[in-house]
Write a protein that binds this ligand. Structure first.
Ligand code: G3H
Length: 256
């Protein structure tokens, strides 16, 4: 772990959560109010329907609230979409773009992801840009080729350490209970770091690289111990406060 990079614990609720789940958001917001919260950034991305209420609910908490996607344009005839400006208007500070579920379910290309990340930057949001190989690509030794292509095509030129977070999420590890080996994660994150430094210099050296895919309270500390893992992007285990806070506790142990 590069200790000078401030770690980030981010939760992605995906298409889960209704008003009945607001008590979980409140409990997470309260649970991350600890003496170490000045060393660890925390973020929760509920569905867009809960975004505005969630930001109000966590007003007095260090927990940031973000969205799971944005349109690449500011406004216009795009039924069902939301813009980065709308997220900022709800006091959201981050937006996930290029998650593999959107790349797969909505045929999102690298260039579209790049445009969405750029739109996020223009709105003053931090873009969390997701990358990662499929099981086939993993098994056929193409992981680094995929990461190289996705980094070059999905990350906009205006990216900085403040405006951009990279999330490495092997598609086959998402929701499967499977996790790459420590060596695989170290290699992937080290490769991402070297590509970022080559392209963005100091900005790339300071950019956070999160690992995502079957993260839990049981494996979080081991993951955080891997060089260039600057935080975690959590799906299923972010839905309940008790699970998310168990992962937060691993951050506290690692960075105390
Ligand atoms: O955005 C989160 C990831 O897709 C990971 O999901 P998961 O923790 O349920 O495997």
């Amino acid at each position: 772990m590069t200790k000078t990079i401030r770690p980030l614990l981010a939760g992605n609720w995906k298409m889960n959560g209704t008003r009945a789940s607001l008590d979980q958001i409140k409990a997470i917001g309260d649970g991350v109010k600890t003496p170490l919260s000045d060393k660890i950034d925390t973020l929760l991305c509920p569905p867009a329907t809960l975004l505005y209420v969630a930001t109000a609910l966590c007003d007095d908490s260090p927990l940031a609230i973000g969205a799971q996607d944005c349109h690449q344009q500011v406004s216009g005839p795009h039924t069902g979409d939301i813009s980065a400006e709308m997220i900022a208007d709800c006091f959201g500070t981050h937006v996930i773009v290029g998650h593999s579920e959107r790349r797969r379910n909505h045929a999102e290309s690298d260039m579209l992801v790049r445009a969405k990340a750029h739109a996020a930057h223009e709105a003053g949001l931090t873009a969390i840009i997701c990358l990662g190989e499929t099981a086939y690509e993993h098994n056929s030794g193409q992981t680094l080729d995929v990461l190289k292509r996705e980094l070059a095509s999905s990350v906009p030129d205006d990216s900085t350490a403040e405006s951009t977070v990279i999330a490495y999420e092997p598609v086959w590890a998402i929701g499967s209970g499977l996790i790459p080996t420590r060596e695989n994660i170290e290699e992937a994150h080290g490769f991402i770091r070297s590509e970022l430094v080559e392209r963005f210099g100091n900005g790339g050296a300071g950019m956070r690289i999160l690992y995502g895919g079957s993260v839990s309270g049981a494996n979080a500390r081991d993951l955080l111990d891997i060089p260039n893992v600057n935080g975690l992007l959590v799906g299923g285990q972010s839905l309940k406060a008790v699970d998310f806070l168990a992962i937060y506790a691993a951050f506290e142990r690692q960075f105390a």
